[in-house]
Design a protein. Structure first.
Lengths: 250, 268
């Protein structure tokens, strides 16, 4: 199958430090790709270079290409907001927008002029249901989103991200700040949605990677050591460093 | 703990008590609905409506003028010169300005007016108060904007909104309560200040009809009435002080309520 996202000779720098070294990847469509590796290996940097989020940090520089549906996102003509709409990001810590629960979900649809009036209401309900939050918030849609628990907030962020109809979901350790039950909730949602979206997930939880991944990328010190279908990487890793990581040695 | 509470609460009760006990008997409807007539300062007919309105004009105008400058300054400080030494120099300058006694602003405003050929007027008072309020407002806003989490802005950008949409719908909403508090803090400081308007705004028994006319103010009304040898006029000074206190109190309570209302959705 044709890959959804490709990177070609991708390099990223924080000032003088090179965080990504010559990354060439093919990320498959409509399954979960997990990026694994020890802390500081460039997982998050790689993830954030896919939706041009890296450039929001001062002192970053990127060379090479990221192709989504064969179109390079790092050319001048590209509208960066379109890319971010297409590839939604679920951050490590949920940040609800300073508005009501309802408006948090409606916000993206409003700024992109996607839904109006009764359709908007129905869409908000739909995405809250998809994120598994509807039953908990249906009686207080107009209450401040900050009143939700952190686990609920993360599901709200998922609903808000899905509402702008992305094709790609990027998850930057989206369960790491949550309690185990909430983490399970989010993981369950990602699992349910995996056939609809191309998901790229950064995680350092090996068991989570094994439960979710269809495709695995293993990174070490800014390089891709090994990438391939999950069962191959987990059962027959080719590289010694991958083996060492899977056995908990690095 | 208890001692410090008693000291603070005691001081507050003493001040409010004095103003209430001495001012309340002299307070009447005539005082807040009429301007000073001839002979008012000798204990005759009239009120201090001219000073009430004058003070609202002065502080309102001064706050508006200060806002026009301080919001851009605060935004600039937080967006462009966050960590540079230039930014800390500007902050240091603002802190020094904050500490300058208000009579110095009055004297400076007076010199400025003379060089511009202005007389003591509403405009002169507004300029002096704006100078006084500018550092207070700017520094208060600076602190508010600094507390804006970067991740919140990114959450909005991640949905594909532009910087402008993010600024309008997210950043402003998040900061509005703080900005409101900064504005009202400066207003409260401005309306209660006597020294800066002493030379610049003048004093009159009329309600000003133009920016170029002199204008009365409540702090100066207190000052002048207290300076007379007549006990009944001195009592009216306390009543004027009571009115000023009530206005400031209403503003600070109002600002707490308003910032609570608009801040309901803010991310803490």
């Amino acid at each position: 199958m044709e890959p959804h996202i490709k990177t070609r000779n991708l390099n990223a720098y924080y000032n003088d430090h090179q965080a990504l070294k010559d990354i060439n990847l093919d990320i498959p469509k409509q399954q979960i790709t997990v990026i694994m590796g020890p802390s500081g290996c460039g997982k998050t940097t790689l993830l954030k270079s896919l939706n041009r989020f890296l450039e929001l940090t001062d002192g970053t520089r990127i060379t090479g290409e990221v192709l989504i549906d064969n179109a390079n996102v790092y050319t001048g003509e590209v509208d960066v907001t379109e890319i971010r709409k297409k590839a939604g990001l679920l951050a490590q810590r949920p940040y609800p927008l300073p508005m009501s629960i309802y408006d948090n979900v409606a916000y993206g649809m409003r700024i992109h002029g996607m839904q109006k009036g009764r359709n908007l209401e129905a869409a908000v309900q739909h995405y809250l249901e998809v994120a598994g939050l509807w039953d908990e918030v249906k009686d207080r849609l107009h209450a401040p989103a900050t009143g939700l628990s952190i686990g609920q907030q993360q599901r709200l962020c998922l609903a808000r991200g899905l509402a702008v109809e992305p094709e790609i979901l990027l998850g930057d350790e989206p369960t790491s700040a949550l309690d185990p039950i909430s983490a399970q909730h989010i993981e369950g949602r990602l699992h349910d949605l995996k056939e609809k979206y191309t998901t790229v997930l950064v995680t350092h939880i090996l068991r989570q990677a094994k439960r979710l991944a269809g495709y695995v990328i293993f990174m070490y010190l800014g390089e891709v050591v090994e990438a391939g279908p999950a069962h191959e990487i987990f059962e027959r890793p080719k590289e010694a460093r991958t083996r060492a990581y899977l056995e908990g040695q690095i | 703990m208890l001692l410090s509470f008693l000291a603070v609460a005691g001081a507050l009760v003493l001040i409010l008590g004095t103003v209430l006990i001495k001012g309340l008997p002299a307070l009447n409807w005539q005082m807040v609905t009429q301007t000073s007539k001839g002979g008012y300062y000798l204990g005759k007919e009239g009120g201090i409506l001219n000073a009430i309105i004058g003070s609202l004009y002065l502080a309102g105008g001064g706050t508006l003028l200060a806002l026009v400058f301080s919001l851009p300054i605060a935004l600039y400080l937080e967006t462009y010169v966050i960590k540079s030494s230039w930014g800390s120099t500007v902050r240091l300058a603002l802190d020094v300005l904050w500490g300058i006694p208000s009579i110095v602003y009055g004297a400076f405003g007076f010199t400025l007016m003379l060089s511009l050929g202005l007389r003591a007027s509403l405009l002169g008072g507004i300029i002096a108060l704006a100078l006084l309020e500018l550092p207070i407002m700017t520094r208060a806003m600076d602190e508010v904007i600094r507390l804006m989490p970067a991740a919140l802005k990114q959450a909005s950008l991640a949905l594909g909104s532009t910087q402008l949409e993010t600024a309008i719908h997210v950043v402003t909403r998040q900061m509005l309560p703080g900005i409101l508090t900064a504005v009202l803090l400066a207003f409260g400081r401005g309306i209660g200040d006597a020294a800066s308007v002493l030379f610049t705004a003048g004093y009159t028994d009329r309600i000003p009809t133009s920016l170029m006319r002199p204008v009365a103010s409540l702090p100066l009304a207190v000052f002048f009435q207290l300076g007379t040898p007549f006990p009944e006029v001195q009592q009216r000074a306390y009543a004027s002080a009571l009115i000023l206190t009530v206005i400031v109190l209403a503003i600070s309570l109002g600002s707490r309520w308003a910032s609570g209302q608009v801040g309901r959705y803010s991310v803490k």
